[in-house]
Design a protein around this ligand. Structure first.
Ligand code: ZN
Ligand code: ZN
Length: 272
């Protein structure tokens, strides 16, 4: 059962969707990217900096960065972020990076390839590398629990159950095909953020297609399903794929949408 949200909670938490596209950036969509309460990012796509700028958020406001897996559309923005923080924003605030063992080496190598010699000090001194599977997100109202999902195994794919102090639970499924780990946690989630990276004619165990998203909605009737990492165009264009029709409890997100959890009654809604 979905947890009841504490109605006395006063601060309005906000989950912004700065990008809702897959690796191919369909018309009208940047790569999938989530920003929570203006300071917690999930993943770092190649266009992370322009995505932050058009939201009016400065890179030095970012305190936490949680990684789901090691695909380019989820991590290639990392060297740009830490270079910008060092050279332009000039911040001394450390960046907390939540990742799996082995991730530090991947991101360090990527940074050395991207900006050779420029980031050695930043990587060593300005980043807190945090490998714990669960815990509080410091100086925020959220906690996290990481869990394994089903995606290209070489990318060490994971999702996050993100729990707000009010009790609200967002299940961020990372990039994943249907799997038990998602279904087990979905029963407790208020909102499920799911990727829909491929159309129905693609049968990939590593992604959801529209049919599988509908089936998730039927299996989890209590939860609101939010679709991101979408393969379809957000705007009418020649080329690409049109938006599919889905179960009415499924919201296909677009860039700039946000999830707002209201102060009273614990209701939440998506603001388009
Ligand atoms: Zn992806
Ligand atoms: Zn992926």
């Amino acid at each position: 059962m979905a947890q009841v949200i504490d109605a006395t909670w006063r601060v309005m938490p906000r989950v912004q969707f700065l990008g809702t596209g897959n690796a191919f950036s369909p018309h009208g969509r940047m790569h999938a990217l989530v920003l929570i309460d203006g300071k917690i990012l999930v993943d770092a796509p190649p266009t992370l900096l322009p995505q932050l700028r058009r939201t009016g958020v400065s890179s030095d406001e970012i305190e936490h960065l949680l990684f789901t897996h090691w695909h380019a559309d989820h991590m290639f923005g990392f060297p740009f972020l830490i270079l910008e923080r060092k050279v332009v924003s000039n911040t001394e605030n450390p960046l907390n990076v939540y990742l799996r063992p082995g991730g530090k080496e991947i991101l360090s190598n990527l940074s050395h390839v991207g900006f050779p010699g420029s980031l050695n000090e930043v990587l060593k001194e300005d980043i807190n590398w945090l490998e714990k599977e669960s815990g509080e997100i410091e100086n925020s109202d959220w906690s996290y629990e990481r869990f394994q999902v089903v995606h290209t195994p070489e990318t060490d794919p994971h999702g996050y159950m993100l729990t707000h102090k009010s009790g609200f639970k967002l299940l961020h499924c990372g990039d994943s095909g249907p799997c038990k780990e998602i279904d087990n946690r979905a029963t407790e989630a208020n909102a499920i953020l799911i990727e829909m990276g491929v159309p129905d004619f693609v049968d990939s165990p590593n992604h959801h297609n529209p049919r599988q998203v509908n089936s998730l909605a039927e299996r989890q009737p209590h939860a609101t399903i939010l679709v991101t990492h979408n393969y379809s165009n957000a705007v009418k264009q020649k080329g690409g794929f049109p938006t599919p029709k889905l179960n009415e409890r499924v919201i296909q997100l677009e860039d700039g949408d946000e999830l707002v959890i209201e102060e009273n009654g614990g209701h939440f809604h998506v603001r388009k």
